[in-house]
Design a binder for this molecule. Structure first.
Ligand SMILES: Nc1ncnc2c1ncn2[C@@H]1O[C@H](COP(=O)(O)OP(=O)(O)O)[C@@H](O)[C@H]1O
Ligand SMILES: NC(=O)OP(=O)(O)O
Length: 311
């Protein structure tokens, strides 16, 4: 099978942890341990989030007295791909000696007229109290929004249209390479009037790019791994109930929060609708069980797994 795995921000920075390098490297090792059984049996393409990291590096650049202008968000997104990609590359090489691993800097095409540019909605960086968030918003021209218990910076998050390096990723996978790519949803780029690529100030949602990537790679499965074992109906209420097997149609009949489970559900449903294959949302530590159908929320056209028609 060919499997695309999307690692949530929680896989790298667990709740309550500071985004220092050391704990993140430990979390990457933990994520890789969970992915090893998959890599031994399947073709694997790995993508990851960058919300916490892009916020840290953007703030660092804003406060750097040696710069006349802070690095734009496309450049900071590239920094996060390099940093997280390096951690994953080394961890995968150590866990799977003899396997070829590639961590790529990749760009994702978006539309210059995507309405998301006028409505920042993607959370980046750390949580602040309301007063501090408003102070920072005034100082740096940020937009801030409530995220659970606190407040965070939000930035535009246009829809991904195409991973620019799709053909190269496909070739590498065909050669047996484990590819880490499209980190942070990919570096957001547009084509200008003369067809040249240009970076734009945004952070793409990695779940949406993972869905697009899985479709364009002809993947058999899209696994969206996070810190909850299953998607819940009526999450956070006393009627909360795990969704085990479901269809895109059933999922689309429910409402999920925009900043967290919403994009995962949308990404999974879209992949299944467009390909007829399987997507799942579940715990990082259970990726092998999810693929076997014994853990996670499994989304298929018929609501059953394994698919009877899988050749
Ligand atoms: N219906 C739901 N079912 C399960 N989890 C949900 C639901 N709605 C919101 N969540 C929240 O979504 C979180 C996962 O989303 P997010 O924090 O964006 O993940 P990641 O950073 O791993 O991509 C869970 O920790 C949970 O608190
Ligand atoms: N770019 C992105 O979606 O990052 P997170 O998953 O960390 O929010």
């Amino acid at each position: 099978m060919r499997v695309v795995v999307a690692l949530g921000g929680n896989a790298l920075v667990r709740r309550g942890e500071t985004p220092d390098a050391e704990p993140q490297r430990g979390n990457v090792d933990r994520a890789v341990r969970s992915l090893v059984p998959l890599a031994e049996r399947h073709e694997l393409i790995i993508t990851h989030g960058n919300g916490p990291q892009v916020g840290v590096l953007a703030l660092e650049s804003l406060n750097d007295p040696g710069l006349t202008r802070p690095y734009p968000l496309d450049t900071v997104g590239a920094e996060t791909q390099g940093m997280i990609g390096y951690w994953m590359l080394q961890s995968l090489q150590n866990a799977l000696p003899g396997r070829q691993v590639m961590a790529m800097i990749t760009q994702t095409l978006v539309s210059a007229v995507d309405p998301a540019f006028a409505d920042p909605a993607k959370f980046v960086g750390q949580l602040y109290g309301r007063v501090e968030a408003e102070k920072l918003a005034a100082e740096y021209g940020w937009t801030v929004r409530r995220d659970g218990e606190g407040w965070r910076r939000v930035v535009p998050s246009p829809r991904p249209q195409r991973v620019i390096e799709t053909r190269l990723i496909r070739e590498l996978v065909r050669l047996g390479t484990i590819v880490v790519c499209a980190g942070g949803g990919g570096i957001p780029v547009v084509r200008n009037d003369v067809g040249r690529l240009e970076g734009v100030e945004a952070v793409i949602d990695k779940d949406h790019t993972a869905s697009l990537l899985a479709e364009s790679m002809d993947a058999d499965a899209l696994l969206i791994l996070t810190d909850v074992p299953r998607v819940m109906r009526d999450f956070g209420t006393d009627r909360e109930k795990e969704i085990v097997h479901t269809t895109p149609y059933e999922l689309r009949a429910e409402r999920f929060p925009a900043g967290s489970m919403g994009p995962k559900v949308e990404a999974a449903a879209t992949f299944v609708e467009r390909t007829g294959d399987m997507a799942a949302i579940g715990l990082l530590d259970q990726c092998a069980e999810i693929l076997d159908g014994t853990a996670g929320t499994i989304v298929t056209p018929s609501g059953t797994w394994p698919l009877a028609s899988t050749p």
